[in-house]
Ligand binder design. Structure first.
Ligand code: CP
Ligand code: NVA
Length: 303
């Protein structure tokens, strides 16, 4: 049966670890200039209903480097759910391509796409989650820390798609995940309850960033207004003003802490330049690792 990667929880714990190990192997092969072309003769359809820099470039170059060819289908090309139904696009794309990657607004649409496609579908972000990002992020943490034991990750800001994928990772790998967000901007309550009741990881939803970051190995943030919410940006800037990641917050963790951001960052808003450019900032390693983690995810789905 074909497999999709729409949520981190679509993989078992063993599969998550397999992807992390495979990411390391593929990254090493590419760095050493080894010939490794498992996608030779294959094509990947990349459907984008929203803008992207990293996701497009990392999937396109990653698929190419592993021997395949990726097609960029932007918001004006396909008109998914508008010009043509999601299910018809799933059927048609499956006739031409060995895999589909999609970045969509509505999470139900990616589920529908996967249900109607006969080839694997990979989620390149929806309003609900961003699983490839968090797989790349945890791979980056592993590279720096060498182990995920006793890990504390703190997320500061909006309880958005990034937070939901961290929460789903917390159902596969044990860690302490602390979130500090303004009241009314908490992550999905049902998901939080589910992760808490599973009991593998420790989850805290707080409203005080200084309390949240204590003893954190990683402080992570993202934009305060995600794609599709940009008209709320001004209002959110007021509501989120105490949640900026700046030197003072980073200096109050009580230990050596890495800074992470999925990017794009609005420098000077949710995070200062000084934090983005600090020696402890690993934001560009995260960005690079998108490609290696996604190559591993795609390879796992193909085999
Ligand atoms: N982090 C991320 O997904 O970036 P893009 O929106 O540029 O693809
Ligand atoms: N939360 C952000 C992530 C961008 C990679 C957004 O959805 O716009």
């Amino acid at each position: 049966m074909k497999r999709d990667f729409l949520h981190i929880t679509d993989f078992t714990t063993d599969e998550v670890w397999e992807v992390l190990n495979l990411s390391k192997e593929i990254k090493a092969k590419l760095k050493n200039g080894e010939e490794f072309t498992p996608f030779k003769g294959k094509t990947l359809a990349m459907i984008f209903a929203k803008p992207s820099a990293r996701t497009r470039v990392s999937f396109e170059t990653g698929f190419f480097k592993l021997g395949g060819h990726a097609l960029f289908l932007g918001p004006n090309d396909i008109g998914i759910g508008k010009r043509e139904s999601v299910s018809d696009i799933a059927e048609v794309m499956s006739r031409f391509n060995e895999m589909i990657m999609a970045r969509l607004f509505d999470h139900q649409h990616i589920i529908e796409l996967a249900e109607n496609a006969s080839v694997p579908v990979v989620n390149g972000l929806t309003d609900f989650n961003h699983p490839c990002q968090i797989m790349a992020d945890i791979f980056t943490v592993l590279e720096y820390r060498k182990s995920l034991d006793n890990l504390k990750v703190t997320y500061i800001g909006d309880g958005n798609n990034i937070v939901h994928s961290w929460l789903m990772l917390a159902m596969r790998i044990p860690f302490h995940f602390s979130v500090a967000c303004p009241e009314g901007f908490e992550p999905d309550q049902e998901l939080v309850k589910k992760v808490q009741s599973q009991g593998l990881s420790t989850i805290e939803i707080l409203h005080d960033p200084y309390l949240a970051v204590k003893d954190s190995d990683v402080v992570y943030t993202d934009v305060w207004a995600s794609m599709g919410q940009k008209e709320e940006a001004n209002q959110r800037r007021k509501l989120f003003s105490k949640f900026q990641v700046n030197d003072e917050l980073m200096n109050s963790t009580g230990r050596n802490t890495y800074f992470m951001h999925c990017l794009p960052a609005e420098r000077g808003i949710e995070v200062t330049d000084s934090v983005c450019d600090a020696p402890y900032s690993i934001i560009f390693d995260q960005a690079e690792n998108r490609m290696h983690a996604q190559n591993a995810i795609m390879l796992s789905l193909m085999s």
